[in-house]
Design a protein around this ligand. Structure first.
Ligand code: HEC
Ligand code: HEC
Length: 382
């Protein structure tokens, strides 16, 4: 990479701002369900509020003062690149991806030069005077990014003491981790109430630097600058990893589920532990269309009594009891068959188990083919 300060608005960014380049993979989709979730598209199952993929952070490499970077990425992975500042917050992002074949070398100028220009030839970029950087892993081994595992612990540790059900700050923004029909409470609050600015699945045009992501988000601003109330700010001291988890989540487009696989293929969004009949009945009892994704966190399977869909019902009302029983049944279901946002999730559906076995077999065949090519042998599939 010759110079990150070239291309797609990067000339508006002060030299020296970019400190790191992050490589993110968008893993292939191998599972799907019939129940679409009526988001901005119809791909099922539900993965994120307005996007369709999971993500895997492969790591970061340094960007030199002159904007150059030189690095190695694993071959044959669908990856994209992001530029980060000294706080690890995103400056600009590629929003499609590219693949590098084994042994291949790729070159580019920043976030892409004009097709009629080329690499500057009047100096050798600093990064090219040394060997390629290897990717610095992101807090542990490579893994699919799951909101509940990566982000919720930071909120639990630093925010939920105030931002919870039944608390004043919880009304302004509820950051509790209660599991809902599709996502959890904090995820829905952050996504639906304007605290996080990400493009999701669109628009398709190239967006200027800093126009979305942690720098453009109210949540990012509060993390960086504080609440503006000394009494609160005294109590909020984020450790480095918690800060990184939250801003990085925003910058990789605010994903939720780490897996496409689903424990509830035939239910709403491919994610609801309540079957369509139970969900409909709960809606009738509470007067709320709980099949609407925007209301999906009005149910808490973690603490059924705090479910917001119950707020309008009187505790003595038989409807209240019936509604609560349905939510408890969902809670029970999740305990027996954990969802992909819970610990203990595993493939349970025959179709997905078969799909996975077929994928593994194909992968093994591919590995053997490649070994044969390297060894100069011929190998034919049986
Ligand atoms: C952070 C800015 C940025 C950097 C750095 C960057 N790109 Fe991109 N890249 C983009 C943007 C913007 C597009 C246009 C499509 C999109 O919105 O993602 C793009 C598109 C692409 C595409 C076309 C994908 C398609 O769908 O047709 C390829 C291939 C690509 N980049 C390769 C590279 C390579 C190789 C590098 C350097 C190692 C690189 N890019 C660095 C921003 C960047
Ligand atoms: C000591 C209690 C307390 C803690 C801890 C706390 N907050 Fe707050 N927060 C508040 C209060 C009070 C408000 C203002 C609520 C209102 O406006 O009614 C607030 C408001 C906010 C807002 C809304 C600001 C706006 O622009 O509307 C955000 C975002 C926020 N907090 C995020 C967080 C995050 C993230 C954490 C954890 C890192 C956190 N808070 C920790 C008490 C707290």
């Amino acid at each position: 990479m010759a110079n990150v300060y070239v291309g797609n608005g990067m000339d508006t960014i002060e030299l020296g701002t970019v400190k790191y380049l992050r490589v993110v993979e968008s893993p292939e989709k191998r599972f799907w369900t019939q129940q679409n979730w009526q988001g901005s598209g119809t791909q099922a199952p539900g993965m994120a509020y307005n996007d369709f993929n999971n993500k895997q952070i492969l790591g970061t490499v340094p960007v030199e003062e002159d904007g150059s970077a030189y690095f190695a990425v694993p071959a044959d992975r669908f990856v994209y690149f992001q530029l980060l500042d000294k706080n690890g917050m995103m400056v600009q992002s590629m929003r499609s991806g590219t693949i590098t074949r084994p042994g291949e070398t790729n070159g580019c100028v920043g976030c892409h030069e004009s097709r009629r220009s080329s690499v500057p030839t009047n100096h050798v970029a600093a990064a090219m005077r040394r060997g390629p950087s290897s990717l610095q892993p992101w807090y542990g081994a490579e893994r699919n990014f799951g909101y509940v595992v990566e982000v919720q612990p930071a909120l639990d540790k630093h925010c939920v003491s105030c931002h919870d059900y039944g608390k004043e700050a919880g009304k302004a923004l509820n950051l509790a981790g209660d599991l809902g029909v599709m996502f959890n409470t904090s995820y829905m609050e952050l996504r639906t109430r304007g605290f996080v600015s990400v493009p999701g699945a669109g628009p398709t045009n190239v967006l200027p630097p800093m126009s979305w992501g942690s720098h453009a988000s109210r949540l990012g601003k509060v993390l960086l600058e504080g609440h503006g109330d000394p009494e609160i700010d005294r109590q909020v001291k984020l450790d480095e990893e918690s800060f990184a988890s939250i801003v990085t989540w925003i910058d990789i487009n605010a994903p939720y589920y780490p897996e496409y696989a689903s424990a509830y293929r035939n239910n709403r969004y491919g994610r609801s532990p309540l079957d369509p009949g139970q969900l409909k009945r709960l809606g009738e009892l509470t007067g709320m269309n709980l099949g609407d994704q925007n209301l999906s966190s009005h149910v808490s399977f973690t603490r059924p009594e705090v479910s917001r869909c119950l707020e309008k019902l009187d505790g003595g009302d038989p409807k209240y009891r019936e509604a609560l029983d349905i939510i408890r049944a969902g809670m029970q279901m999740l305990a027996e068959r954990p969802r992909a946002d819970m610990p203990g999730f595993k493939l349970v559906d025959r179709i997905e188990i078969d799909q996975e076995a077929k994928y593994r077999a194909r992968l093994q065949a591919e590995i053997e083919m490649r070994q044969a090519i390297i060894a100069g042998e011929k190998k034919f599939e049986q």
